[in-house]
Design a protein around this ligand. Structure first.
Ligand code: NAD
Length: 297
């Protein structure tokens, strides 16, 4: 695994690629935004003028792109010309996308003798920066073991979820649950506030009682309760409402395909859609608390 190609140097991909450079890998990067490439080059990465140049001789290709259409577009382009990708290379797609696209790209690459795993992440920009992401990997055991040392340079918890596509399933299940917990926590806090309770006191009580959950522990949605949470920073710097909405859309599509009942996930998706439409799309997803407060933008 000497040469790495990295596509997508945005909020997540930028710091992830930086951690690979810091770990001593030879990383060649490509992004549509020149400023993002410059930042990585300053850290020691090599820049590529085209996607084909980026993957030249690359043993591993990592992508961290916005959505399925970008991932499909990139790998369709790279497989159009035979031998653009190195024979026997491994592609690690860490973008959060739909399972069908993951499987489709896997097949496309297999016909070019290139292996594929889906490896979406949890942990946000802070996790990407600190190298503490959780990776949920879908793929064969052999490819999981091959990728693990590299993923460990960008993350702390590396899980083998199952076959190709299973990483994406784990990711949407987790984020659907997270959105439900965030809405529920916001609702409970606002109920307490409306009835004269101090949200800090209420948060402490609930976090040590049966309502305890991750949002109360590290991501309290009420401003002023937790200094380090995005809520205390104007709902900036976390995981955007529009990204949560995208993940909930993927969860609903997945549920529809398997005829699963996800009533609370559907309500959460609708609440996040309303919240986004009201102008909060780029705010952190914990700002759903403001929707329950009745705030309009
Ligand atoms: P972003 O929009 O900040 O970055 C995406 C980058 O991809 C941009 O720099 C864009 O220029 C680049 N890009 C688009 N098409 C490209 C192409 N064909 N070739 C090369 N580069 C291309 O997005 P992000 O926040 O970094 O998220 C990336 C993925 O990670 C998404 O799938 C998202 O759902 C997922 N994710 C994000 C977070 C988060 O907190 N931001 C957390 C977990 C997972």
């Amino acid at each position: 695994m000497n040469q790495i190609a990295f596509f997508g140097l945005g909020n997540m991909g930028g710091p992830m690629a930086a951690n690979l450079v810091k770990a001593g890998y030879k990383v060649r990067v490509f992004d549509l935004v020149p400023e993002s490439v410059t930042k990585l080059v300053e850290l020691g990465a090599e820049s590529a003028a085209t996607p084909s140049e980026a993957v030249k001789d690359a043993d591993v290709v990592v992508s961290m792109l916005p959505a399925g259409k970008h991932v499909h577009g990139l790998y369709s382009q790279l497989t159009e010309q035979p031998n653009t990708l190195k024979q026997g290379a491994l592609v690690i797609d860490s973008s959060t996308i739909d399972v069908a696209t993951s499987k489709n790209v896997c097949q496309l690459l297999a016909t070019n003798n290139v292996s594929f795993i889906d490896a979406p992440v949890s942990g946000g920009v802070a996790g990407a920066t600190n190298g503490t992401l959780s990776f949920m990997v879908g793929g064969s055991s052999e490819h999981f073991e091959l990728a693990k040392p590299l993923l460990e340079k960008m993350g702390k918890n590396i899980f083998h979820a199952g076959e190709v596509g299973a990483g994406q399933i784990a990711k949407v299940c987790n984020n659907m649950l997270l959105s439900i917990l965030m809405v529920g926590t916001s609702e409970a806090l606002q109920l307490g506030i409306d009835n004269g309770m101090d949200p800090t006191v209420l948060s402490e009580i609930m976090s040590k009682s049966s309502g305890s959950n991750w949002t109360l522990d590290v991501y309290n949605p009420c401003p002023g309760v937790m200094e380090t949470a995005p809520a205390s920073n104007g709902y900036h710097g976390g995981f955007m409402t529009d990204l949560m909405l995208k993940d909930l859309g993927l969860a609903m599509d997945t549920a529809s395909k398997s005829s699963s009942s996800t009533p609370l996930g559907a309500i959460a998706r609708n609440l996040y859609a309303m919240h986004s439409r009201s102008g909060a799309g780029t705010k952190d997803f914990s700002s759903i608390f403001e929707l329950l407060q009745g705030k309009s933008y």
